[in-house]
Unconditional design. Structure first.
Length: 392
């Protein structure tokens, strides 16, 4: 079989061009720039996170830093957290402890799909979905969400399913739009997948990518797709809740009524090994009981949302208050979102062009910017809008 790397390189081209842009790199390191481009921290890490990590670095026996797999203590901690937060009774043995959400997605795809299979994903997507599907030899099938609501479109997903469909990959709360899909939309998706599984004589697995399921605004509660569809793999990363994306720990958890759970569990562990030993590091697993209880300051995050988004609306931008995640989408005042992102740079503001996430004519902003950046950014957005108006 020919290498898939040329296809992956083509798919990743816009993302890599953005991330490796020298001006982007230079401005991202400048504290005077209002950086809304990527969900990186713009303040020092949580002190409790630093303490938890420091406390587990002193070895307690000769095996302290030996190979770590899906450790019993970590599985129990994660299962208890899912039960407490989501009300889903996941069995500890059905938890795989991964090196972040990235590892959870890659491991799940390697287990469930391969050459000849199709995997449906929704667009706008996370940067790496299509590339990860290609990497296992499967064919990516894109289902677009319609702006500005970006509702989960079960009918469109149903129309995309074929006899080759192995899995559907859904992200909620949704990056980049900030949507949190309500139970009625999740039930509609579950009904579609159950009917299609019966019709085609194979289980269509649902990959529920939900690293933002604790990043919710306005007192919202979160419902996991795993509460509606038995053949769901719940995928999570602690990086978002801790705002520490370099700390690579996450998990795969099988829904309680997963068909053929023992066989799937064994296949997932083998896939973790073959995906570059995709288990969480020893120190992070030791710290997990404390990490599970930590969270960034949600009140501060919501305060920034409530300052920035209404200011953009007042200026005349088209956007909406995100329901969760760090992000929201904003319509570019000119059709070329790449050009408008360059115009914003000239006024000291970094954003993610919508073209990078398959929404041309829009751009994404990240609320992980600090308070000072928000205030400077509001003025930059105003100046860029005025400059764009002189071009039309």
């Amino acid at each position: 079989m020919p290498s898939v790397m040329p296809k992956i390189a083509a798919v990743m081209g816009p993302t890599l061009a953005f991330l490796l842009d020298p001006e982007m790199t230079r401005m991202g390191a400048d504290p005077s720039v209002a950086n809304f481009a990527i969900g990186n921290p713009q303040e020092m890490p949580l002190p409790e996170l630093v303490t938890a990590l420091r406390d587990v670095l002193e070895p307690k026996d000769k095996n302290w830093f030996a190979y770590k797999l899906n450790e019993d203590s970590s599985q129990r901690t994660i299962a208890a957290g899912i039960q407490s937060r989501l009300g889903i009774a996941v069995r500890p043995e059905d938890v795989m402890v991964t090196n972040g959400g990235f590892g959870a997605i890659a491991t799940s795809l390697r287990t469930l799909a391969g050459p000849g299979d199709e995997v449906i994903f929704i667009s706008p997507p996370w940067f790496f979905y299509e590339a990860l599907i290609l990497a296992v030899g499967a064919d990516p099938v894109r289902v677009g969400l319609r702006p500005p609501a970006f509702d989960l479109d079960s009918e469109a997903i149903a129309a995309a399913i074929t006899a080759r469909t192995a899995a559907v990959l859904v992200n909620t709360p949704h990056n980049p739009t900030g949507r949190v899909y309500p139970p009625e939309q999740l039930q509609g998706l579950a009904d579609v997948l159950a009917e299609a599984s019966r019709r085609h004589g194979r289980t269509i697995h649902l990959l529920s990518d939900e690293p933002y399921n604790r990043i919710l605004f306005d007192g919202r509660t979160f419902t996991s797709p795993a509460a509606h569809y038995p053949a769901t793999l719940l995928l999570y990363s602690y990086a978002k809740t801790l705002l520490a994306p370099g700390m690579r720990i996450g998990y795969i958890a099988l829904a309680p009524d997963m068909p053929d759970a023992p066989a799937l569990r064994d296949s997932l562990m083998l896939a973790q090994i073959m995906t570059g030993f995709a288990f969480a590091n020893a120190d992070l697993q030791y710290a997990l009981p404390r990490l599970e209880k930590l969270s960034i300051d949600m009140a501060a995050l919501q305060r920034r949302r409530d300052r920035l988004v209404p200011a953009l609306l007042e200026m005349g931008y088209q956007t909406s208050l995100p329901e969760g995640t760090f992000y929201t989408m904003v319509r570019s005042p000119i059709p070329d979102d790449l050009e408008f992102s360059r115009l914003l740079r000239r006024h000291g503001v970094l954003v993610l062009p919508g073209t990078v996430v398959e929404v041309p004519g829009w751009f994404r902003i990240s609320l992980t910017a600090n308070d000072e950046m928000v205030e400077r950014g509001i003025e930059g957005f105003r100046l860029a809008l005025d400059a764009a108006a002189t071009r039309t």
